[in-house]
Design a protein around this ligand. Structure first.
Ligand code: OAD
Length: 262
């Protein structure tokens, strides 16, 4: 990563009045939460999203799906925000206006001090009824006690982590994770707020996303189309390279603290 790129990014951030921070799984990687598409370590390398992250999968086998999300929630609860999350919270604090938009279902931005990030893909901590939509408390009960999905566990054995979901106390239907599954629409309010912020910002900082899942991946494109500046932090190339004025090739916890210290 070139020093001139870092300086340019720091100066753009410094001069910006309205900032959007747009994050994906990569920002939480250094906290110990796996990404989705990184070779070998990515969740979708180990698990079949059609069996775990679709409405059909939940209909076919609610305990398998609920158990997998409870396993992921328990994993998030065991880890801490990293220096990347904290640096982003510092950028937010200094900016006149800043909106954090995340595709992540963890709560690490909040725990690092970000103010009400927009969760485009929902949250592991907002379960709701699968039939009537009533919000349910995130339960402690139901966390699988088996050390489920490990890299070497073949896909067929994910069933070890089955946990029967609790029932809605209003209508009795199974509670589902409060996340967006493949084939589902994004929460309309969240998406509209994110598009509006992206369209009106001076600078959008995209961190740790592969930029291949739509419509979320549209967000940095909106900024670029409206004449705003996109800064990207990612150790590897992505389709967003094409719209980023500055590409900072490195990890979130390495690059972002340097950026805020300049
Ligand atoms: P991906 O797994 O697709 O991409 C992660 C990105 O983070 C890659 O571009 C990596 O190069 C980068 N990365 C890895 N380690 C990093 C680090 N330490 N610092 C910075 N970047 C790092 O994850 P997302 O783009 O978040 O959706 O995936 C988008 C959506 O696809 C997710 O929200 C999820 C998934 O299917 C749903 O579940 C609906």
């Amino acid at each position: 990563m070139r020093d001139t790129d870092l300086r340019e990014a720091a100066s753009l951030i410094d001069r910006a009045e309205r900032i959007v921070i747009f994050t994906g799984a990569g920002v939480s990687a250094e906290s110990g939460i796996p990404t989705f598409r990184d070779a070998l370590s990515g969740l979708w390398e180990q698990f079949d999203p059609r069996r775990l992250a679709t409405p059909e999968a939940f209909g076919d086998d609610p305990a398998l799906v609920w158990g997998w999300y409870e396993w992921r929630r328990a994993a998030v609860e065991r880890v801490e925000p990293n220096a990347g999350h904290r640096a982003l919270a510092a950028i937010e604090q200094r900016a006149a206006e800043c909106v954090v938009v995340t595709q992540n279902v963890d709560d690490l931005h909040e725990r690092a001090g970000s103010h009400e990030p927009i969760h485009l893909h929902g949250s592991l901590f907002a379960p709701r009824c699968s039939a009537c939509g009533r919000p349910a408390a995130a339960t402690e009960a139901g966390v699988p006690n088996t050390e489920v999905p490990k890299a070497e566990v073949p896909k067929a054995e994910v069933s070890e982590g089955r946990v029967t979901p609790p029932q809605c106390d209003r209508c009795g239907a199974p509670i589902r994770p409060g996340v967006v599954w493949f084939g589902e629409a994004l929460p309309a309010d969240a998406f509209e707020a994110a598009v509006a912020a992206a369209a009106n910002c001076d600078v959008l900082i995209t961190v740790g996303t592969s930029g291949v899942v739509f419509p979320a991946a549209e967000i940095p494109q909106v900024t670029a189309r409206m004449g705003g500046t996109v800064i990207q932090v990612n150790p590897g190339p992505t389709p967003l390279d094409a719209v980023a004025r500055v590409n900072l090739r490195g990890t979130a916890a390495e690059v972002l603290p340097v950026l805020v210290s300049m």
